[in-house]
Design a protein. Structure first.
Length: 492
């Protein structure tokens, strides 16, 4: 368990105190700090799951002590250390943003983060030596209380049940998601299916969601996303509690009524709202670091030519919205109609005009003069080069960044990326899963592959890997990395 203290300016103490109490994160009383700290207050807290009830934002942020089941280890630890920033020892800018996001703090300016020492599971010590009892995991507390009130007939089964309590969960209103292994042991299966009547099972599940947040209405397992024959990255959702609309077969095109009946959820990251249907679309909270990094890129230069970013794997707008917020016009490709619907809903909530183009529809060559900031094509991205070629040099000549955000590899779109990039050059952001010991070697392989692609098209632009971003751990020993490949564009 990671424990920290927040030193908050006095003028903001009430705001932050109320927010933390509402979200279930407050682990100790607010105390005064000395004048050298600016006359503020220190709020000791631990980053564990709590109840993310609605604040003043349109949609509550995600509370999570886990990933959303897309296969990521998702510890949000990129292994980088940018040093001491703004007095926050041992926390770089991205880690600070993650902490503020977890606590639901939209504006972290002026708030100092200080690590504290965890001594045992029964208490922590702050930097001034005060001992604080840590908050309990509400999910484990609720399950333990239920087992105490409704023990199995075989008393020897109880220790086994208690030893396999879930430690993690993810809540995005109104859905509470449990890790795929939760209640999967033979002991739990026996207890739930054989020893508990149906009504008591439902009472058990309703108790769990109420323990995390009283406004939650649905509970499910989100199992790892199948990798075989699953091009649209459809998740495997197993409902446990609540009214879930029947899921359509994977290849059945959804209708407007299907969209309207489906369960939708949302979260806000770096000020950008994203919406998805968890029965049909994956979501990885760990990508928040890369989304935030995009927002720190230099904005596109103003001038007579419109600057564009192309997102070859748009999903629900994971990265496309960040490019749009940065100031780029965006062309996006996505083959999952459920993701496109989430993309459209999210774009609307973020104030981004959006246009959806179907496979049989054309685009005017003068589209650079239109007002849509974001255009999403519901089709395979192999069509991107031909589509963009028909739009004319006014569009292609302004394409400065191409995002390739598919895991475990985006290799299938490398050739298309180099074709659509402006002739004057730009960046291709290549997402790959890489063994931690092989990251440097992989950077060289990516550069060599793009050099061959550039040579194959008769070009002479220089290819350089400017940066490797370690986004998050995907599995033990495997890192989700983004390779920033600059092609030509020495004067960009």
């Amino acid at each position: 368990m990671t424990s920290i203290s927040l030193v908050v300016p006095a003028a903001r103490v009430r705001e932050v105190k109320v927010l933390l109490e509402e979200r279930g994160f407050l682990a100790g009383k607010i105390r005064k700090v000395d004048e050298s700290d600016g006359g503020g207050c220190c709020i000791p807290t631990s980053l564990v799951g709590g109840c993310p009830t609605s604040t003043t934002s349109i949609t509550p942020s995600t509370t999570s002590t886990s990933d959303n089941g897309d296969g990521d280890d998702d510890d949000d630890d990129n292994g980088n250390d940018d040093g001491d920033e703004d007095g926050n020892a041992d926390f770089d800018g991205e880690e600070k943003e993650r902490i503020f996001h977890t606590l639901g703090i939209q504006d972290g300016r002026g708030i100092t983060i200080t690590p504290v020492t965890t001594i045992t599971t029964t208490g922590t010590v702050t930097h001034d030596g005060r001992k604080i009892n840590p908050p309990e995991n509400p999910l484990q507390t609720a399950i333990t209380a239920f087992l105490t009130a409704n023990p199995p007939e075989d008393p020897t089964l109880l220790p086994t049940l208690l030893s396999t309590l879930p430690k993690r969960y993810t809540y995005t209103p109104p859905l509470l998601l449990l890790p795929s292994a939760t209640f999967s042991t033979p002991a739990w299966q026996s207890y739930l299916s054989s020893l508990l009547p149906h009504d008591l099972q439902q009472n058990f599940y309703s108790t769990l969601i109420a323990a995390v947040c009283k406004t939650a209405t649905h509970l499910a397992h989100l199992r790892p996303i199948p990798t075989q024959h699953n091009a649209i990255r459809a998740p495997k959702l197993t409902p446990l509690f609540g009214t879930f609309p029947p899921l359509l077969p994977p290849q059945q095109p959804p209708t407007r009524s299907d969209f309207d009946r489906a369960l939708w959820t949302s979260t806000r990251q770096s000020g950008i709202l994203q919406i998805w249907a968890p029965g049909y679309t994956m979501f990885s909270r760990g990508n928040v670091k890369e989304k935030a990094r995009i927002l720190r890129f230099p904005p596109p230069a103003t001038g007579t030519r419109t600057k564009w970013a192309v997102d070859m794997y748009a999903g629900i707008g994971y990265f496309a919205f960040s490019y749009a917020k940065l100031g780029y016009r965006v062309l996006a490709w996505e083959i999952n109609p459920w993701s496109v619907e989430g993309f459209v809903r999210g774009a609307g909530e973020n104030g981004l005009p959006v246009k959806v183009v179907l496979p049989h529809q054309g685009m005017p060559v003068t589209m650079e003069q239109e007002q849509q900031e974001v255009v999403v094509f519901l089709e395979d991205n192999e069509n991107a080069p031909a589509r963009i070629a028909k739009m004319g040099e006014g569009v292609r000549g302004g394409i400065e960044r191409v995002n390739l955000g598919l895991l475990p590899t985006s290799r299938g779109s490398w050739a298309g990326a180099i074709q659509v990039l402006a002739e004057r050059g730009g960046w291709v952001h290549v997402h790959e899963n890489v063994g931690i010991e092989e990251i440097d070697e992989m950077a060289g392989r990516v550069v060599k592959a793009f050099e061959e692609l550039e040579k194959g098209r008769g070009g002479t632009r220089r290819v350089v890997c400017e940066h490797v971003e370690r986004v998050k751990t995907f599995a033990p020993g495997v890192m989700h990395c983004v390779f920033d490949i600059r092609i030509g564009g020495e004067r960009l």
